[in-house]
Design a protein around this ligand. Structure first.
Ligand SMILES: Nc1ncnc2c1ncn2[C@@H]1O[C@H](COP(=O)(O)OP(=O)(O)OP(=O)(O)O)[C@@H](O)[C@H]1O
Ligand SMILES: [Mg+2]
Length: 451
């Protein structure tokens, strides 16, 4: 729209004004006729544009739905196939695209009025000109050449107006898009660094002090309720609890992925809200429950943790994460290309690569959110052993569904429905905590029978 308008919008007004002045020098009645016709046309076109605008906004909203549907289907093509939902998804796509088509047709139907209104005005003006001019020529007050000139000027004006309308429609469609782009650009991040933000994380200690949290903000449903926790630097802490008990929510407070609704979270003795965000997140490495790899080689993927790390350094963390073995079995080793979404490595391999990536940051706090769920128990134990021996000073938070993954932790936190149900070592919890005992017995007994 901008490209169109810089040329056309600059030229058209000149053409209209100059043509009108030229007409005035030839024939006063004709220039008055133009003076009536131009505002009439302009007004009508404006009216048409205004009427179509809301329809275009709606069209773009529906485009979102259409794009989302396509994107989802491409990303989750395996799920769609596995559930034999192709027909359903195709029908869904048809439904939305039909709707977009209908909306677009509605908008275009309004815009299509432009041409008939133009032509009608244009030929009416020409007819009137010829009628008046013809009489004047017969009466001897006007020459044939003059009438011809006035008609040519009339066509010039109409042509320019047409250009303006064309650009107008373009701008109108573009405006619907511009609003959306500007909306994103103008969004102010909720989390802003303070002017005197702390840049240095002293150690890996973590303190939760009466923390409440709601995804819905103040007054919403509380996902975390009155959490009090004290973790010393270098400790290994296990977190266990049923699905939806807010384990992930709890650890996301530490790198300040969300701000608490009430209370405070301290890292290294300082409230996380007082840190420079980058400095804090540099020291808190998190392996997310839904982790992702990027397309690129294994080297490139691991170096996300630290772009300047040497090859040896990358290999070291991969050994720590027990990823070294399977990487070396790939024909290209560390240069193996990971495809988009990491679909050419197994779930357990992906998890280990993500752990290696997190380790490369040399964080003071390492959080593993169910990150060894797809790794066999032996490898899981080896990873924990490596952590104990190689990064003893790093605080390690391990969320797990398997008791065996956290049994040997210094502290185990049992979460239940957003509240802490118990804290202690495995031994202590077995004596005092009903939930922990149940989970423990169901898993350990189940394992025993297998053997
Ligand atoms: N982004 C979100 N927006 C709104 N509610 C959320 C969001 N993420 C989680 N919740 C809600 O918060 C609660 C705790 O979720 P959370 O993901 O912390 O559970 P979890 O213990 O990690 O579960 P799982 O073991 O399945 O990973 C759930 O009731 C969930 O519905
Ligand atoms: Mg979770």
């Amino acid at each position: 729209a901008y490209m169109m308008s810089i040329r056309l919008l600059a030229r058209a007004p000149f053409m209209i004004i100059l043509s009108w002045i030229m007409t005035l020098t030839i024939s006063k009645p004709a220039s008055i006729l133009f003076l009536i016709a131009i505002p009439f046309l302009g007004g009508t076109l404006l009216f048409i544009a205004k009427a179509a605008h809301p329809h275009f906004i709606k069209v773009f909203d529906e485009y979102d739905v259409l794009n989302n549907s396509v994107q989802e289907n491409v990303n989750a093509s395996r799920v769609v196939k596995a559930f034999v939902r192709e027909d359903y998804e195709i029908e869904k796509f048809h439904g939305i695209s039909r709707y977009v088509y209908e909306l677009f047709t509605k908008a275009e139907k309004i815009v299509a009025w432009n041409a008939p209104v133009m032509q009608f005005t244009m030929y009416t003006v020409v007819l009137i000109l010829v009628a008046i001019g013809g009489r004047s020529i017969v009466g001897g007050t006007m020459e044939v050449g003059e009438l011809t000139s006035v008609i040519v000027y009339a066509l010039q004006i109409i042509g320019s107006l047409m250009m303006v309308t064309f650009v107008f429609v373009m701008i109108m469609i573009a405006e619907a898009s511009t609003d959306r782009i500007v909306g994103v650009l103008d969004e102010v991040p909720e989390m802003q660094d303070q002017a005197d933000a702390v840049k240095n994380v002293a150690d890996g200690s973590i303190d939760f002090d009466h923390v409440d949290f709601s995804y819905g903000g103040e007054g919403g449903n509380l996902s975390l309720k009155d959490i009090n926790l004290h973790i010393k630097s270098g400790q290994t802490v296990g977190i266990i609890g049923g699905t939806g008990s807010a384990k992930s929510t709890l650890v996301q407070m530490i790198p300040r992925l969300y701000d608490v609704t009430g209370g405070s979270v301290k890292v290294g003795g300082v409230d996380v809200r007082e840190y420079n965000l980058e400095a804090l997140r540099d020291q808190v490495s998190m392996v997310l429950q839904k982790n992702v790899l990027f397309s690129g080689s294994i080297y490139e993927n691991i170096r996300w943790g630290d772009e300047h790390a040497s090859d040896e350094e990358v290999q070291r963390v991969c050994r720590l994460a027990q990823a070294d073995g399977f990487i070396n079995e790939f024909p290209d080793g560390y240069n193996t290309m990971i495809v988009q979404g990491g679909n050419n490595v197994s779930g357990g391999q992906k998890q280990r690569l993500c752990i290696a990536r997190a380790l490369l940051k040399k964080p003071k706090i390492l959080i593993l959110d169910d990150s060894t769920s797809a790794v066999d128990t032996r490898t899981d134990a080896l990873i924990r052993k490596a952590f104990r021996e190689e990064i003893p000073d790093t605080t390690k938070l391990i969320i797990a569904q398997r008791v065996s993954s956290i049994e040997d932790a210094d502290q185990i936190i049992v979460l239940d429905d957003g509240k802490i149900a118990g804290v202690g070592t495995s031994e202590e919890l077995l004596k005092t905590n009903e939930i922990y005992r149940e989970v423990y017995e169901s898993q350990v007994k189940g394992g025993g029978e297998d053997e």
